[in-house]
Write a new protein. Structure first.
Length: 108
């Protein structure tokens, strides 16, 4: 979708980044949650899913809720660092691409 309106273009960019951040955070959280239950605690994936459902229902034990909050915090912080690095990299690539395109136009 290409728009010429700068406001709509910036709004689309923000929504795109927010969707990407939420998707990466969700995926990273599930990987961490599985790693904590399977590798850290030595329990099955089925039990991890049951405990996650219990957290969402509000019937989980305090230690499970604490583990959920810590795992979510690590996922959010790690995804924030990853996305900041990716967005800075993409912005640099965009500036290099636009600078390369503008160069011959200014010379000619």
């Amino acid at each position: 979708m290409s728009t010429r309106d700068p406001f709509l273009s910036s709004l689309l960019l923000v929504l795109n980044r927010a969707c990407m951040w939420l998707t990466l955070t969700g995926a990273y959280f599930m990987v961490l949650w599985a790693a904590v239950w399977q590798r850290g605690l030595g329990l099955s994936w089925r039990l991890a899913v049951q405990q996650l459902q219990a957290v969402f229902r509000g019937s989980a034990e305090l230690l499970t809720v604490t583990l959920f909050v810590l795992t979510l915090a690590v996922a959010v912080l790690s995804t924030g660092v990853l996305c900041a690095w990716l967005f800075a990299r993409w912005r640099r690539k965009g500036e290099l691409r636009s600078g390369h395109v503008r160069g011959p136009k200014l010379e000619g």
